[in-house]
Ligand binder design. Structure first.
Ligand code: FAD
Length: 386
């Protein structure tokens, strides 16, 4: 069954009417981007959807995207309603309000302050930084290496985050005429942009490198980056192995299964309870019949007659540290593809004069809302410096 992205009218009313109108607004305090669900829910209750939309978008220019993909560890975890029954599905309420009630108007009343800033990367951190700077009078040029906006958001499967939602958030941001977007514009060196007259450069280039397994036979594996960028160009049947137990590995597993793989098995070094995934992601693993092989490490990959053989061993905790159990290596034959999804990395980045870093390239793999918060923070630094 297709995933229901938004609430219908009755569901929206039911959700917002469960809000307890808490005085101390824990939901707002838990949002990295400083969005205030208490306020937008109260506006929605009063049928003032213009104000509800403003309350969301002023704090979070990527509000609809975050509404669809925010994990439950922020506002939902803080929601007081959970003490009675269960948390309000705040992200879904947010996404629904924007989907139904947002209308964009060109922002024409902002005066250009004669200062230009370059932003490298049109992912959530770069987009949020651009929006904040342009709203404060800076002319902002966003340089994006690829041919589309969104960065890592484009790897989130379409059934969780359709591309048109990313576009809707970008259209809202780009209402400000001080922003220009340059696609297919790889920037090799941020210093060059300073020499071209930009007073500051914000680098929001994400984490472009998939972490390797570091084992014999690595060449038979596919990185999650390559796979999720275009799953349709890979095998859509057979037995697929996924290495990793996080949210990205989960996306790979579910995508492979929905694309037609007969069996999808995740190899995870730790326990099920150590998997850093949301309840919804857990549910999707079960609904898609994904096998989980936990406390297991892949030590080597080989290929025989076109099929992959995985050499696995069991792991256990010794004084809190994960170690291999000697003598437990076995061969697991008959795999058609192996996708590695054990994390990503970026080259080290430290701020230097008038060059500032934001988002995942600075803080490591995070979430969209944290990347937005980081972009806003860095934009604020630039605003205060010039
Ligand atoms: C499969 C997957 C699923 C995810 N699921 C979720 C989820 O459900 N919920 C959630 O909150 N988060 C999720 N995330 C994490 C989230 O997408 C990232 O944390 C977020 O996109 C990071 O934003 P960013 O702007 O820092 O970097 P990115 O989104 O990586 O954007 C960086 C951009 O910079 C561009 N760039 C890089 N170098 C250059 C250069 N030299 N010149 C020009 N452009 C350049 C890149 O092309 C890219 O477009 C997921 C990530 C992945 C990979």
């Amino acid at each position: 069954m297709p995933k229901q992205l938004y609430l219908n009218h009755a569901q929206l009313n039911a959700e917002i009417n469960r809000c307890l109108n808490c005085k101390n607004q824990p939901c707002m305090k838990a949002c990295p981007a400083g969005c205030n669900p208490h306020d937008f829910i109260q506006y929605a209750k009063n049928n003032d959807f213009d104000k509800a939309v403003k309350a969301i978008t002023q704090a979070n220019p990527m509000g609809q995207t975050c509404g669809l993909v925010c994990p439950d560890k922020f506002c939902m975890k803080a929601c007081t309603r959970a003490n009675i029954d269960f948390s309000i599905n705040i992200p879904k309420v947010q996404a629904t309000i924007l989907e139904k009630y947002r209308c964009n108007n060109k922002k024409t009343n902002i005066t250009y302050n004669n200062k230009k800033v370059a932003v490298i990367g049109a992912g959530p951190a770069g987009m949020a930084a651009a929006e904040k700077l342009a709203n404060n009078g800076f002319r902002v040029a966003v340089f994006e290496a690829s041919d589309k906006i969104g960065g890592a958001l484009n790897m989130i499967p379409n059934n969780r985050l359709p591309f048109d939602v990313i576009e809707k958030d970008w259209k809202f941001i780009a209402q400000n005429e001080l922003i220009s977007l340059h696609l297919n514009a790889f920037v090799a060196n941020p210093e060059h942009l300073l020499q071209k007259g930009f007073c500051a450069v914000i680098v929001a280039s994400g984490e472009p490198n998939c972490i390797d397994l570091g084992i014999e036979g690595e060449e038979y594996s596919i990185s999650y980056l390559d796979y999720l960028k275009s799953p349709d160009s890979y095998l859509s049947s057979g037995n697929i192995a996924i290495v990793g137990g996080g949210a990205v590995a989960t996306d790979c597993a579910v995508t492979a299964r929905q694309n037609g793989a007969e069996n999808v098995e995740m190899f995870i070094r730790r326990r099920i309870c150590d998997m850093r995934i949301t309840e919804e992601e857990r549910k999707s693993l079960i609904e898609n019949n994904i096998d989980l092989t936990t406390m297991t490490k892949i030590k080597k990959i080989s290929k025989t007659n076109g099929k992959l053989v995985l050499y696995t061993c069991k792991t256990h905790f010794v004084n809190g540290k994960l170690e291999e159990i000697e003598g437990t290596t076995i061969q697991r034959p008959n795999f058609d593809m192996l996708i590695k999804a054990i994390g990503s990395s970026a080259p080290k980045c430290n701020d230097s004069e008038n060059i500032f870093y934001a988002g995942d390239c600075k803080h490591g793999g995070s979430t969209v809302v944290e990347a937005v918060a980081s972009g806003k923070d860095v934009a604020q630094k630039v605003i205060e410096s010039f």
